[in-house]
Design a protein around this ligand. Structure first.
Ligand code: SOE
Length: 380
């Protein structure tokens, strides 16, 4: 078995999800590669040390450039805030490292383009962590669509609702709250949550041609955790947009961090000529499927419990009927990434695939400003 020495940068929530996946992947998937937790890097040395002890990293770095200079690091896992993705990924590509980068690819398409150029010039394997496409029920939706069961697609509908930023006393910026600081995050719910919806949507239903969007920032000023000053809030707290897919289907997307009672309500529905599919993250093992070609007296929404051995990924886990959860989507992502490397058939979304999502986000934010329909930049 070939070892892949991992240098992971960032000890936050995503650092944990990725570390957990590195630790588990070989227990459940038969792979040519085995990740070794070589180094954890965070500019806060104490935090990095504690993280290393908790997750079993062999060494600690406090400077990502030193990490990249290390010859014993094969894979750089970027779990940093969005404003650092560009610089770190470009340097990692130049250093010849394999790269796993947390979503979104970047703050905008311009940054994303530079990242795509860097990994393609260096010829290094690369993947962006849009984990929801690797939830078994979502992967089953992809299979059903690819089998042509839905026929012509008419509609796509997605939303991602949260409620954690409603308090006007919540500061912006710094650890855990950088998602509220536009300079760091690039945007609010558009880049953070709608990017997830878009990754799934483009994967399931193809490219988006044009969008018409509205955004709102409900709390206009917040204290900045790092400067201590009250500063203007530059992110979109909520965003809703209409879209036309290249295949002619119509779509609505909505996201907010102001939907009281909703913590992570990601749902999507796709309606075709013959069948429809609905999925809900809060009931993540269920795939709702309606098949119009069933005999009339039997027609109805089926609720498929996606836990059987022949369902995507599930044969690698327990026995039929037993569930897995959010964390496992990251394990699947790593298994697919390593399998792609072994077979020379890159798993998606590569940086280039994720650039397409970035272009849609750019068009959404542009449309919210212009008040016009905006075309999505064509991805090559
Ligand atoms: C934001 O609260 C967040 O953590 C996103 O950044 C993640 O990508 C999403 O999966 C859950 O919500």
């Amino acid at each position: 078995m070939k070892t892949i020495n991992v240098g992971l940068i960032g000890c936050g929530f995503m650092g944990r999800t990725h570390s957990n996946a590195h630790r588990k992947v070989n227990n459940f998937f038969d792979l040519e590669h085995r990740p070794v937790l070589k180094a954890i890097c965070d500019n806060n040395g104490e935090k990095a040390k504690a993280f290393a002890a908790q997750w079993g990293y062999e060494s600690v770095e406090t400077d990502w450039q030193r990490l990249l200079a290390r010859k014993d690091i094969d894979l750089v896992d970027i779990c940093l805030p969005n404003n650092l993705h560009l610089e770190v990924a470009v340097a990692a590509a130049k250093a010849g490292k394999t790269i796993l980068c947390e979503k979104p690819l970047a703050r905008d398409g311009k940054e994303g383009e530079q990242m795509v150029r860097a990994v393609e010039k260096a010829g290094v394997p690369n993947l962006v962590s849009y984990n929801y496409r690797r939830i078994p029920a979502v992967a089953l939706a992809k299979k059903l669509i690819d089998e042509g069961r839905l026929g012509r697609i008419f509609h796509y509908r997605a939303k991602f609702l949260q409620d954690w930023t409603i308090s006007k006393d919540l500061p912006q910026g710094g650890d855990a709250l950088w998602r509220l600081d536009v300079k760091v995050a690039g945007s609010g719910v558009t880049g953070d949550l709608l990017a997830h919806c878009l990754d799934t949507a483009v994967w399931l239903n193809g490219g988006v041609a044009e969008v018409s969007a509205m955004t709102e920032t409900f709390v206009k000023e917040r204290k900045h955790q790092l400067t201590g000053k009250v500063e203007k809030v530059g992110i979109d707290d909520a965003c809703a947009f209409l879209a036309r897919f290249k295949n002619g289907s119509l779509a609505t997307f909505e996201s907010t961090r102001y939907a009281r009672g909703h913590k992570a309500l990601y749902t999507f529905e796709i309606n075709g000529e013959h069948a429809s599919i609905f999925w809900d993250l809060h009931d993540s093992h269920r795939l709702q499927y309606f098949e119009h070609r069933d005999p009339g007296y039997l027609r109805g929404w089926r609720s498929v419990h996606v836990t059987d051995g022949d369902h995507p990924y599930m044969g690698n886990w327990w026995v039929p009927g037993l569930t897995i959860g959010y964390e496992h989507s990251f394990v699947h992502q790593l298994a697919d990434f390593f399998e792609g490397i072994a077979k020379g058939q890159p798993a998606g979304p590569t940086f280039r695939d994720a650039l397409e999502t970035q272009y849609v986000c750019d068009a959404v934010l542009k449309s919210a400003k212009s008040g016009q329909w905006e075309k999505v930049k064509a991805a090559k």
